[in-house]
Structure formats: structure tokens, C-alpha cells
Design a protein around this ligand. Structure first.
Ligand code: ADP
Ligand code: MG
Length: 290
């Protein structure tokens, strides 16, 4: 766990295990050549699933394990009812379907292999993996019915495909930070689990902001809803489109308190980060006076 992957500490106590199912025959229509479009061919799948085995070790029950025969039959049933041109596309859809069907799976690796007619013993394969990640979202509202806006945003976030709401923090009322000439904020943080990539999740968050009347206008100005990505498991980025961990994370007291509600204690900010933040606040205050 790196210093910026603090969110992984929520998984402490896990004992990771792996089940591996090999050479599962999948009967499907997949391929770009004319003869591959007319009938089912057989592909072979190797599937590896990583999950926390602590519970199945404790009670020795299949309900708390990832059942590898169910894994194989789910993959077989899925490929029988779908058709694709590309092996990559089939592999990606199958990874998503299996992760969605086996909520205990934290990550899943898949290798699909085909032996096309006319190639003798030569085989081709495609490998893909996917994972279930924890993420923390910070919600804020300071326009209209602020309590209702947080509730609605939470409902909409919980309904995103491939996202599951795990915990919510208590609600915090906070004075506006950078531009003080605006109403008080209602803030809340959510812990979710998602199969989406960080950019896919950001796009979903922004589409909820738009659906709830957020106009991209003045930065730090009043808004009916603001949804920020504070942390994403195993992911660090400093691009303008997505900076994670969120640069304000260790500097806003309400976020520190909301994260503590979710079970996450952040280490204190370094002096350099604090100096940078003071400078930002100073510039912003000058801007408000002008
Ligand atoms: P703010 O939340 O700082 O008031 P906005 O909500 O208007 O600002 O977001 C401005 C831009 O910040 C977005 O277009 C988005 O691409 C970018 N951004 C960068 N990092 C993040 C993050 N961690 N969470 C949300 N948006 C981010
Ligand atoms: Mg924002």
C-alpha cells in the first residue's frame, strides 16, 4: 500500500486467496471471418478470481467462497447467449459479467484461447482483467433544498450500474471555504464499491451533477450539487481532468471528519501541502475583494 493508497486500509484483515478454473469450454459465435459467423465454435477460458477467503476459512461453507463450478457455468451460459466479432470484446464483457455475478470477487483475470480451423496446432489468446475498487466521494450543496439534494445525489449514485453504496458519513454543515460571499454548505462523504474505472466513475458523477441542475460556471461558486472523487483504490493521478487523491483532502476539516465516519483516518498533511493551500486561499480572498 503506497502513501496515497490509504483507502486500501479499509480492507485490513483480509486474507487473499485465488481460485483458478482452467480450460472451460465456451460455445459461442465470435470472430471476424465469414465461417466464424455461421456457427458456434469452442473457445477455452482460464479464469482466476482473487477474493478474501477469511469468512470461508472461518465456517468452511461454500456460500462464503467463490464456487468455481458456478464460475464455469456462469461463463458458459453468458457466452451461449451473446455474440461478438472481437475476442477482446467478448473477454471484456465476460469479465464485467462475472465480476457483477460474483460480488465476493475483488479481481478477476481471464484468458480466452481459440484454435481456428486451418491453423493446425496454433492457438491465439487474449487476456484481460478487471477489479472491484473502493472509492470515496465527497458531496456538497449550497443552493436550494440542500438536504434533499444530498439525498437525491446519493440515490442516483447508488443506482449507477456497477456501483454499490457501502457507507455514508454523517452530514456536516460548513462555511464556504474559498469564496465567503455565499450560503453555508451541506457536505457528506460516501464509500462505494465499483467496477468502473476512475474516469468512467467521474463521467457518471458529472452526468448526475448536470441532471441535478449544475451549470459549469464560476469555480468555487454556489452550486445545487458538487460531487468530487476524493480517493480511488489503487489509483493516483495528477492530471487536470482528474486529480486523485483530491488535492484538498487533508486540508478540509469536514472531509477529514467525514472520512473518519467512514472508518478512515488520514495522516496529517505535510508542511509543503499546507503552505500551498494557504497561498491558494490568500489568492482567492484577494480575488473576492476586487
Ligand atoms: P470544484 O469541485 O473544485 O469546485 P468543479 O466541480 O467545477 O470544481 O470541477 C472542475 C473540474 O475538476 C472537473 O471538470 C473535473 O474534470 C476536474 N477534477 C479534477 N480532479 C477531480 C476530482 N478528484 N473530483 C472531481 N473533479 C475533478
Ligand atoms: Mg467538483
Amino acid at each position: 500500500m503506497g502513501p496515497d493508497d490509504i483507502i486500501s486500509s479499509l480492507r485490513i484483515g483480509a486474507r487473499m486467496g485465488r481460485v483458478l478454473a482452467e480450460r472451460i469450454p465456451l460455445h459461442c459465435i465470435c470472430g471476424v471471418r465469414e465461417k466464424e459467423r455461421h456457427g458456434r465454435t469452442v473457445l477455452f477460458a482460464d479464469i482466476a478470481v482473487d477474493y478474501d477467503i477469511i469468512q470461508c476459512l472461518a465456517d468452511d461453507k461454500i456460500e462464503n467462497a467463490v464456487d468455481y463450478s458456478a464460475l464455469a457455468s456462469t461463463a458458459m451460459a453468458f457466452t451461449e447467449r451473446t455474440q461478438f466479432y472481437l475476442l477482446e470484446k467478448l473477454a471484456d464483457s465476460l469479465v464485467s459479467h462475472l465480476l457483477a455475478s460474483f460480488p465476493r470477487a475483488l479481481s478477476l483475470g481471464l484468458r480466452l484461447q481459440k484454435n481456428p480451423a486451418g491453423w493446425g496446432n496454433t492457438s491465439f489468446s487474449c487476456s484481460l482483467s478487471g477489479r472491484r475498487s473502493l472509492a470515496i466521494l465527497g458531496l456538497g450543496s449550497n443552493l436550494g433544498d440542500r438536504g434533499r439534494a444530498l439525498e437525491e445525489a446519493t440515490e442516483r449514485l447508488a443506482a449507477i450500474r456497477h456501483c454499490r453504496l457501502l457507507r455514508s458519513s454523517s452530514l456536516h454543515r460548513t462555511a464556504p471555504l474559498l469564496r465567503t460571499d455565499q450560503p453555508e454548505f451541506f457536505n457528506e462523504a460516501l464509500l462505494i464499491e465499483t467496477l468502473l474505472s476512475p474516469m468512467e466513475l467521474l463521467a457518471e458523477m458529472q452526468s448526475i451533477e448536470r441532471a441535478m441542475g449544475r451549470l459549469r460556471g464560476e469555480r468555487y461558486g454556489p452550486r445545487p450539487i458538487d460531487i468530487d472523487l476524493l480517493l480511488f483504490e489503487g489509483f493516483v493521478s495528477s492530471s487536470a481532468a482528474l486529480t486523485v487523491p483530491h488535492p484538498g483532502l487533508r486540508l478540509r476539516r469536514f472531509w477529514i471528519e467525514e472520512l473518519a465516519d467512514l472508518g478512515l483516518i488520514l495522516p496529517p498533511a505535510s508542511g509543503a501541502i499546507l503552505r500551498q493551500r494557504c497561498e491558494q486561499i490568500r489568492k482567492c480572498k484577494n480575488f473576492t475583494k476586487e
